[in-house]
Design a protein around this ligand. Structure first.
Ligand SMILES: [Zn+2]
Length: 419
């Protein structure tokens, strides 16, 4: 199967993009003039699909269920009691809803941690997106419980991988240092080393996490995680709001990838990630929305704006986190963080592309497209989405969307009222 996008704007020029199978086969002069499917790119700009490196997609079911609370209270009093009642079918519909929302906003890849991830895998496969999926691992720092849960890891990973598409990859999801025992974290590290799995983890999110870690372990979170041998290129650490300079150096030394989640961090008043220090140290920073219960959407365009504004506000310096850096964070940075060959429109890359409707009022006049996307736009400027060479949305229409919204809304209502 081949796909041709004709007369589309790309990096300031009008060109064509030729896709063969799931790969960008040619850009510009070398692009063929015919294909099985031809998309008219007039009035549109092609950009790489966004890569959301930290979310809990099916938390869409708990969107607006509990807001305006501190993180621990939000988790302990509102979210965890509801999550205890979640059924596999809820995850399927919640993930479908999240995938629909992501497609509508130009996201083609996401890194997800939640429960019943075989159901999330089924939803992702059907929706056509690319995802790295990890089953959230919480043993409440009870090593015996951890032992029992660890025995199930193999079959969970197999179920995710068994969904049967290269677009879905499995990862390990130890939730955080305050919910997982030292023994289980070390076991996860060994599993990651031997099988090459990415470890998706929450780290140094709140001040309380730092204070508790200091009083219980006698060291700060990054140092504690280092003492367990967990710092490595296989670690994708979400948040990292509370870092001392020597912790930034440790993350840089060991090649840890960071997911910056500015909207969630502001929403829960968690803190502002030390972006400039991380960047100067050479740490790979990508962008995440976090789950739709703490964001409360999955709009990467909105997250790009907050990513820039939070850094400017927190540092008092408007030159920090310029549009070009934030745009790269949300595209190529995410692809690199997840070890995927997408995030750029060039020959040989995976064909994950969003077409932006340049005729929208908020995108004119068009002095600088990256600046417009970061500061002016929301997800609704996306007209067409292609993932793995397949057209998932055209003219803002996704097949089956009304049914997905209806079924997911029913699942969310049922979950909220379940005894
Ligand atoms: Zn999270």
């Amino acid at each position: 199967m081949s796909l041709l996008i004709k007369d589309v704007r790309l990096e300031g020029a009008t060109t064509s993009i030729y896709i063969e199978g799931n790969t960008i086969a040619a850009v510009g002069g070398k692009a063929r003039v015919e294909a099985d499917t031809v998309l008219d790119g007039k009035g549109k700009a092609a950009i790489p699909g966004f890569v959301n490196t930290h979310t809990h997609a099916a938390m869409a079911l708990l969107r607006s269920y509990a807001d305006d609370l501190p993180l621990q209270e939000w988790l302990e009093k509102a979210i965890w009691p509801r999550e205890a009642k979640i059924e596999p079918e809820d995850i399927y519909w919640g993930t479908k809803l999240a995938c629909l929302e992501m497609i509508k906003g130009g996201t083609t890849t996401f890194n997800d941690m939640y429960f019943h991830m075989d159901q999330a895998a089924r939803a992702v496969k059907e929706m056509g997106l690319r995802a790295v999926l990890s089953e959230g691992f919480i043993d409440n720092r009870d090593a015996d419980l951890g032992q029992q849960l660890l025995k199930k890891q193999g079959s969970i990973l197999k179920k995710i991988e068994g969904v049967g598409t290269d677009r879905v990859k499995a990862a390990l999801g130890p939730h955080s240092l305050y919910t997982v025992s030292r023994e289980s974290l070390q076991a996860m590290k060994e599993l990651s080393d031997t099988k090459g799995y990415l470890v998706h983890f929450h780290l140094a999110e709140t001040k309380r996490e730092v204070e508790d870690c200091l009083s219980e372990q006698g060291m700060r979170p990054v140092k504690y995680v280092e003492s367990l041998g967990l710092l490595s290129r296989q670690l994708l650490a979400a948040h990292c709001c509370w870092l001392e300079p020597d912790e930034v150096d440790l993350l840089a030394r060991d090649g840890v990838r960071v997911s910056y989640c500015p909207v969630s961090n502001m929403n829960l008043a968690a803190g502002a990630m030390p972006y400039r220090a991380l960047r100067e140290a050479g740490v790979l920073v990508s962008l995440g929305t976090d789950g739709p219960a703490s964001n409360n959407n999955l709009d990467m365009l909105e997250s790009m704006k907050f990513a820039a504004l939070l850094q400017k506000f927190a540092s008092g310096d408007p030159t920090v986190a310029p549009a070009s850096e934030v745009y790269e964070m949300a595209t190529l940075g995410g692809a690199r963080a997840l070890g995927l060959d997408c995030g750029l429109i060039e020959e040989g890359r995976l064909a994950d592309i969003a077409l932006i409707d340049l005729r929208r009022a908020e995108l004119n006049p068009a002095h600088d497209l990256k600046s417009l996307l970061v500061y002016s736009a929301h997800g609704n400027v996306v007209d067409t989405v292609i993932c793995d060479g397949q057209v998932l949305m055209k003219g803002r229409r996704v097949p089956g969307e009304a049914e997905i919204v209806r079924r997911a809304a029913e699942a969310g209502q049922s979950l909220a009222s379940r005894e």
